[in-house]
Design a protein around this ligand. Structure first.
Ligand SMILES: Nc1ncnc2c1ncn2[C@@H]1O[C@H](COP(=O)(O)OP(=O)(O)OP(=O)(O)O)[C@@H](O)[C@H]1O
Length: 715
């Protein structure tokens, strides 16, 4: 039985019909056991594409490929993974692993037992003169990395070895060594090797060569036969002559492989006979194989866990070698909550307030010793320079007072941004106040106007404006009460008849943070998990390591499982840190169930993870994935209710906001922490519903896209 049989393989790239670019054109190829097949051809002729089709990485448009007597489909990978060794053209290694860890990783995912793995590693290490086992891949030279990659594809003693340009960039001595090694191994075992190379002459050593050009095989025979037929003594020349016979055009033509047909008529008859026999045998093989497959199923389960375990270890090693990532993962939540604590919601300090008091000539007048602003005389209240009383109550914790004698000067400075507000007292401020109090019925509009404290604010900063307004009301209350008290009048005479009693939830001391922190925790968890997933996935896919792992027979679900395991561990750590911080900083008397909090946060983290998976699958470039990630997480952050209550949004935005993966969970978390609500409360329940729905939705789309695009070359 032939190891590989390619029949009438046809493949094109390009989505639209007008863009179709044929890469394999009715190509036939046969590789028998214990032989080396040298696949040669100029750059871009379709060698890698052909190899990718043989290993089942990409499908053919038409035609058929049989490997080990079975037609290759997308499902063949898991079955064939162990039997095939594939060394891709790119390094496809993880730069943070050592030489030994890399080769052991592949050994483990090829389900080797430890003793055999150790023996094979020692053998390959010696034979390929690999760098020391503890040397990091990133510290290896290009040639050394190539040898590590070669060893990784050989470690499990495969039956078919596919080497895409293994000798490129290596010195002649090492190239010879590799060729001697593969020659030796094919002479002493049934291993079949397909090797592509640009160095046409080195393929002389192969048992059979295929000369490929523009998607077709110009010839397929032993090197000596090809040279004899072309009447030349080297392969370069033979290749050149074959090209000239076929024509110099680079365009792929429809009449495929006519030279082979012409030159190898006898061979083809032989092939066809072989094919018929193979297909007959195949039927019998299929029945046997199905039975064998069932028997293997049980023992496979044990190995599948070993695969996931190997991938988890690899992920841990990668994280361990990235100190910045460890600091980021460990301390980011603490740092952010600390920063929120000390930078958000605190009262603004150092504000400058311009004071223009036309009652006095200069502000020293207010500091005259023994100045009495208000006193009771008989049944009346005598007042004097009460603007000074107001200014006395206006302390530095509200703002620093800057005195001006002319309003225009203060206004000019405010325009220059030097002042946050101007407070103006009219020249008749005290008299007007007095007149209104004594004879309210007789006071004219001008009197009422003069009795008012006029405040001119810089309204560009809402938080500062709100703070100043609130504090000025407090100052006024204190000022008014003190005057009334001096006049022996009830202090609440001029107050607003509304009293804020002990609050149902929260504290009387208005604090911005407790309402903001839950939304922040949810957002932080979602965004950080999504960006970490994008970073890990995109890098692995880009480097080709992802594909290599899949080709070893690992399923996308298993790869996801290893990522989820690591992610859950990191999330639990971050959740614990955040909960401790929240508990220390934002003391609440109504804490709800911790279990509920942890489950909610885990759901949000997992939805972030699948969101990251989805983003990294639909994007073809690292940059693109980060831009898309930002483009989605930023609006989600704005709509999260962290900055402004959802109740203040227009209906459409409100609906969008409430169905994002973070808004409702944020509301739920707030209600659990601040009000001690349970799942019986609809707001908490809805938070869980929204989170779970996103987990289901994103995991479905994430896994589906991952499966669909699992071998996407660009990502
Ligand atoms: N994913 C893809 N989408 C579109 N075109 C592609 C894709 N992959 C390869 N091609 C094109 O198909 C042709 C064959 O590419 P392939 O990588 O198979 O060539 P190759 O013979 O292996 O080249 P090299 O020796 O340089 O590696 C090239 O023109 C290439 O640009």
């Amino acid at each position: 039985m032939n190891i590989v049989e390619v029949r009438n393989a046809y493949k094109f790239y390009g989505k639209k019909k007008s863009d179709h670019r044929t890469v394999l054109n009715q190509l036939n190829l046969t590789v028998s056991p214990g032989s080396i097949y040298g696949l040669m051809g100029a750059s871009g002729c379709g060698k890698t594409t052909l190899l990718s089709c043989i290993i089942g990485m990409i499908p053919l448009e038409s035609g058929r490929i049989d490997v080990f007597g079975k037609e290759i489909t997308h499902f063949s990978l898991q079955k064939n993974g162990k039997r095939i060794g594939y060394m891709p053209q790119e390094m496809a290694l993880v730069s943070d692993l050592t030489v030994k860890e890399t080769i052991y990783y592949f050994g483990k995912i090829f389900q080797m037992d430890s003793d055999k793995l150790r023996d094979r590693y020692d053998m390959l290490h010696k034979l390929l003169e690999l760098p020391p086992g503890d040397q990091l891949i990133q510290e290896c030279s290009g040639g050394q990395q190539r040898r590590v990659s070669f060893a990784s594809s050989m470690i499990h003693d495969p039956e078919l070895l596919i080497l895409d340009e293994p000798t490129v960039g290596l010195d002649p001595i090492l190239r010879e060594k590799i060729w001697n090694f593969i020659l030796n191994i094919t002479r002493t075992s049934k291993l079949a090797i397909i090797i592509t190379t640009h160095y046409i002459e080195e393929a002389r050593l192969a048992d059979r060569i295929g000369l490929m050009r523009n998607g077709i095989l110009l010839a397929e025979d032993s090197p000596s036969n090809v040279m004899n037929r072309m009447n030349v003594d080297n392969l370069e020349e033979a290749f050149l002559r074959l090209c000239l016979r076929k024509g110099v055009s680079d365009e792929v033509e429809d009449n495929t492989q006519e030279i082979i047909i012409e030159d190898n008529k006898n061979n083809n008859n032989e092939l066809e006979m072989q094919q018929t026999i193979t297909h007959r045998n195949l039927k019998d093989d299929k029945i046997d194989n199905h039975k064998k497959d069932d028997d293997e199923e049980d023992s496979n389960m044990r190995w599948r866990w070993q695969i996931i375990y190997a991938m988890i270890i690899k992920n841990i090693l990668q994280i361990k070698r990235q100190p910045v990532a460890i600091v980021y993962l460990m301390f980011l939540p603490i740092l952010q909550l600390y920063l929120i604590r000390y930078s958000i919601g605190r009262n603004p300090e150092g504000l400058k307030i311009g004071i223009v008091d036309d009652e006095i000539l200069n502000h020293q007048e207010c500091q005259v010793p023994g100045l009495v602003n208000a006193y009771a005389e008989g049944y009346t209240c005598e007042v004097n320079l009460i603007s000074c009383r107001f200014l006395e109550k206006l302390t530095d914790d509200v703002g620093e007072k800057v005195f001006y004698t002319a309003f225009d000067d203060a206004f000019r400075d405010a325009k220059l941004g030097k002042l946050s507000a101007i407070i103006y007292f009219d020249a008749n401020f005290t008299e007007s106040y007095d007149e209104i109090k004594r004879y309210p019925d007789e006071a004219g509009p001008q009197t009422w106007k003069n009795s008012v404290i006029k405040v001119y604010m810089d309204q560009t900063d809402l938080q500062i404006q709100t703070f100043l307004q609130r504090r000025l009301y407090d100052v006024y209350k204190s000022y008014s009460e003190s005057i009334l008290s001096d006049c022996r009048l009830p202090t609440n005479l001029e107050g607003i008849p509304i009293v804020f009693e002990e609050p149902i939830f929260g504290s009387l001391k208005s604090d911005f943070q407790p309402s903001m922190v839950p939304a922040f925790v949810i957002l932080s968890l979602f965004n950080v998990t999504a960006s970490l997933t994008v970073a890990a996935f995109v890098a692995e896919r880009k480097e080709g390591f992802w594909n290599r792992t899949l080709l070893a027979g690992v399923s996308t679900v298993e790869m996801m499982a290893s990522h989820i395991a690591i992610n859950l561990a990191v999330q639990l750590l971050q959740i614990t840190e955040m909960m401790i911080m929240v508990y220390i900083y934002y003391d609440s008397h109504h804490y709800g169930s911790y279990g509920l909090i942890v489950i909610l946060l885990l759901l949000v983290g997992i939805s972030g993870l699948f969101f990251g998976v989805y983003i990294s699958c639909i994007c073809t470039e690292i940059m693109q994935s980060h831009i898309l990630l930002l483009g989605i997480t930023q609006p989600i952050t704005v709509l999260s209710g962290m900055f402004w209550p959802v109740e203040g949004m227009p209906l459409v935005l409100k609906i969008i906001s409430l169905i994002t993966p973070t808004t409702y969970p944020g509301i739920s978390l707030l209600n659990i922490i601040q009000k001690g609500y349970t799942l019986a409360d609809s707001s908490v329940f809805l938070g869980f519903i929204v989170s779970s729905s996103w987990v289901i939705l994103l995991s479905y789309f994430g896994l589906r896209t991952l499966r669909k695009k699992k071998f996407s070359r660009n990502t």
